[in-house]
Design a protein around this ligand. Structure first.
Ligand code: IDP
Ligand code: MG
Length: 133
């Protein structure tokens, strides 16, 4: 079994999409192992998105992720990382495939409703970032 970190981003929480998005995971054989609804600071967002610190959109991205409550979840299934990326769809909702979460719910490339880890190493780092016990 593999684990990945999923985030329901502020745009989706704000539009009351938490349960609808959780149902997407549950209906696609993911188990929600742990979840927390939190509101992070910009400094925490900067730490979380450190890989993007050289990108022109880094500051806006961190402002955005810290702009309101988010739901962080550990998802588990076989091939969880890749399967979650498939279920989420492309980063830009306009390019996301029909039926994907970002196609259904995303508003724009920045307000794209969900985050998902992109590799085994990053999944471990990101899970540990929000759920160290
Ligand atoms: P991902 O979320 O699909 O893994 P990344 O390239 O890791 O995409 O980018 C992280 C987040 O940064 C994206 O989900 C999106 O919200 C934002 N982002 C990515 N590219 C752009 C851009 O060109 N303009 C504005 N925001 C962007
Ligand atoms: Mg990414």
């Amino acid at each position: 079994m593999e684990r990945t970190l999923s985030i329901i981003k502020p745009d989706a929480v704000e539009r009351d999409l938490i349960q609808k998005i959780k149902d997407e995971f549950l209906n696609n054989s993911f188990k929600i192992v742990n979840e927390r609804k939190i509101h992070i600071t910009k400094q925490e967002a900067e730490k979380f998105y450190k890989v993007h610190e050289t990108k022109p959109f880094y500051s806006d991205l961190c402002d955005y992720l810290s702009s309101g409550p988010i739901v962080v979840m550990i998802l588990e299934k076989e091939n969880a990382i890749l399967d979650n990326r498939k279920l989420m769809g492309a980063t830009n909702p306009t390019e996301a495939e029909e039926g994907t979460i970002r196609k259904k719910y995303g508003i724009s490339i920045d307000k794209n409703s969900v985050h998902g880890s992109d590799s085994l190493d990053n999944a471990k780092i990101e899970i540990n970032f929000f759920f160290k016990d």
